[in-house]
Design a protein around this ligand. Structure first.
Ligand code: ZN
Length: 366
């Protein structure tokens, strides 16, 4: 099946783009996690193959010619073209890493389509700590600040995987003191913060996104296996909370297992799809082994380069279309069921789980 831009997507997890023209080192840095990317990679090949035509160049254009064309057009035009070509109708933007990136409004103007904000718990907490210091009162202030930000958001997100890891303590009570840390790392504080996010999300009918798997080099990957969330998921299973496991690679099979056994768990393969080249089809196939189809969402995890938002979409469509061709050839699925599956994964699941404008936000039935 060729999945075209007519299959509109909801990108439920992405970031802004760098609001500046980039030289080659600046561009290549953003082609990898922790600013360690390079054109000499599966992702670099994908940029040359897929993004070049969006800038009116032949597929597989060399890196220097690609960047020269990019510089001629300027970052705004390049961004508008690539985001427009993604065929994405709804973008949920994580605003927790604002440095040098377009804000929500500017991103929405360049991208077209509807935007919503995903609020990062640790960033809100760290802002409060920066303002009031590490007093015991800070916990109440953090709760009030998260509540205020959540009121206008489409979801909350935690990057606790980067801090204490996903084996954080489960607790509803704050520790006696809060360390005045610029970057929160105390396990008891982080455990309380994730618990707070889970309670507020359940109350407000918002999904809680959790970073798992692959990420920046400051991650200890062995602490980012979503299986470490098993006790947390058991504890939140009947609270009305929806948990979305982001990225997941290389633990996407573990995430699929969790989505299989916990009704309130969702997963995506954002970030991994553009990085793994031809492996994207296998990745999708492995996620869809155990994960119920209602639990798999699309995201690009695009960050910095609009190429990543576009490639997330183009390569996801390409990989899913080819995977479904294999299923059709083996008589695993009918064409009608395959078409249904595509729209479920592309936007149907996200439409059910996230509040969008035009839908009233009510707590979900317990
Ligand atoms: Zn992200």
């Amino acid at each position: 099946m060729t999945l075209t831009g007519d299959v509109t997507l909801t990108d439920h997890h992405c970031h802004g783009v760098t609001a500046a023209d980039l030289d080659r080192p600046g561009f290549e840095a953003l082609l990898g996690e922790g600013r360690r990317g390079s054109f000499d990679s599966a992702l670099g090949l994908a940029v040359r193959r897929w993004c070049a035509p969006v800038l009116d160049l032949p597929p597989h254009t060399g890196a220097d010619a690609y960047l020269a064309r990019r510089a001629d057009l300027g970052w705004r035009e390049v961004t508008a073209r690539l985001l427009g070509a993604a065929g994405t109708a709804r973008w949920l933007v994580d605003t927790g890493l604002p440095d040098g990136l377009t804000g929500l409004t500017e991103f929405g103007e360049l991208a077209g389509g509807e935007t919503g904000e995903i609020v990062r718990l640790e960033q809100v907490a760290e802002q409060v700590v920066a303002e009031v210091g590490g007093t015991a009162k800070a916990f109440d202030r953090i709760e009030a600040a998260v509540r205020e930000r959540a009121a206008g958001a489409a979801g909350l997100k935690t990057v606790v995987a980067y801090r204490t890891g996903l084996d954080f303590p489960l607790t509803d009570t704050p520790p006696p003191t809060l360390a005045p840390e610029h970057r929160l790392s105390d396990p008891a504080t982080l455990g309380w913060l994730v618990g707070l996010g889970a309670r507020l999300c359940a109350e407000l009918g918002l999904p809680l996104q959790i970073h798992t798997g692959f990420g920046d080099p400051d991650l200890r990957l062995q602490h980012a296996d979503p299986l470490l969330l098993t006790d947390f998921l058991r504890a939140t299973a009947h609270t009305g909370l929806t948990v979305v496991l982001l990225h997941c690679w290389p633990f996407h099979r573990n995430a699929a297992y969790l989505a299989h056994v916990f009704e309130h768990v969702r997963m995506d393969l954002g970030l991994a799809i553009p990085h793994v080249g031809r492996g994207a089809r296998t990745l999708l196939a492995e996620a869809l082994e155990l994960a119920p189809f209602r639990s798999v969402l699309y995201s690009s995890d695009g960050y910095g380069l609009p190429e990543l938002h576009y490639l997330g979409a183009a390569l996801w469509r390409d990989a899913l279309g080819k995977l479904l061709d294999e299923w059709l050839a083996d008589d695993v699925i009918t064409t009608a069921d395959a078409e249904n599956l595509v729209s479920t994964l592309a936007h149907g699941n996200a439409a059910r789980d996230y509040p969008f404008s035009g839908t009233s936000r009510k707590p979900k039935p317990r």
